[in-house]
Ligand binder design. Structure first.
Ligand SMILES: NC(=O)c1ccc[n+]([C@@H]2O[C@H](COP(=O)([O-])OP(=O)(O)OC[C@H]3O[C@@H](n4cnc5c(N)ncnc54)[C@H](OP(=O)(O)O)[C@@H]3O)[C@@H](O)[C@H]2O)c1
Length: 251
């Protein structure tokens, strides 16, 4: 009897994390999905059969307790994160920057540290971290998010160097524009009209499912194949500042 491999997915209560849970379940993984909102997690568990646990990644002790309750972890998808605020550097609230650093960088650090012993102990581990194209390019109003994502990228690249010689892959998936239910809404403090305007006229921004497909792709490659960094954007976005708004595909 083959035992299914265990994948932990953070930020599983919505967007890319929930899509990744759905996608990796199809590949036969035994999933443990974590986030803070239990109602959403329970609905995902009912739908997919995934195990779920409420967890605030910024609480290191809680993350350590969570890890102590696991017997195995073959794949870790560090997905939880987000952007808060879109003000200029001159006008930004330092608390927003602190929150972005806490969840995108320290949250990823806490989970990675806590699960590393299990990832090292198995037949071969994989850590996939969802950063962003903002991890390498800056843009107006994106200073705090970009700073956090640059730092998350630094964590990933450093970890790959430090784990060289061990059978643990370290992969970064860096998406451009992805239309998820809550990302822009959280960034723009619940302003639905401004959030909708982000995607206005863009013919098919990436979806959460598109990014989940990329995660499944890099995880599914043979264990000796390490995709260092996969940058994925919608066809309409040739670069951070080069976004085509208007029809792209024939109906
Ligand atoms: N959407 C985009 O355009 C885009 C582009 C590039 C990269 N990304 C990155 O992709 C990842 C997912 O984005 P998304 O669009 O799917 O965002 P989303 O829909 O806002 O989902 C974010 C997830 O992170 C979880 N989370 C936030 N703070 C947490 C905490 N302290 N502890 C545990 N979980 C926490 C949220 O769950 P709870 O609130 O239930 O805790 C939620 O499940 C993020 O790292 C984001 O920066 C997004």
């Amino acid at each position: 009897m083959s035992v299914s491999r265990v994948a932990v997915v953070t930020g599983a209560s919505g967007g890319i994390g929930a899509a990744t849970v759905r996608r990796l379940v199809k590949d036969g993984f035994d999933i443990v999905g974590v986030a803070r909102r239990t109602g959403r997690l329970e609905a995902l568990a009912d739908e997919t059969g995934a195990r779920v646990r409420p967890l605030d990644l910024t609480d290191q002790d809680a993350v350590l307790r969570f890890a102590a309750g696991l017997d195995a972890c073959d794949v870790l998808v560090n997905n939880a994160g987000g952007a808060f605020g879109a003000e200029s550097v001159a006008a930004a609230d330092p608390d927003d920057w602190r929150r972005m650093y806490e969840v995108n960088v320290l949250g990823t650090l806490h989970v990675t540290q806590a699960l590393l012993p299990l990832l090292r102990a198995g037949a071969g581990g994989t850590i996939v971290t969802i950063t962003s194209t903002a991890a390498s390019v800056n843009y107006e109003g994106g200073g705090g998010y970009s700073a956090a994502k640059h730092a998350e990228h630094a964590l990933v690249e450093t970890l790959r160097l430090e784990l060289n010689g061990e059978p643990v892959r370290v992969v970064e998936v860096a998406p451009g524009m992805v239309r998820t239910e809550e990302f822009a809404l959280n960034r723009l403090r619940g302003d639905a009209a401004r959030a909708a305007a982000v995607y206005e006229g863009v013919d098919r921004p990436l979806t959460a499912d598109d990014v989940a497909e990329c995660v499944a792709l890099v995880v599914g490659l043979p264990q000796h194949v390490n995709v260092d960094r996969l940058v994925v954007r919608p066809l309409a976005q040739a670069a951070q500042h080069r976004l085509h708004r208007g029809p792209l595909f024939r109906p």
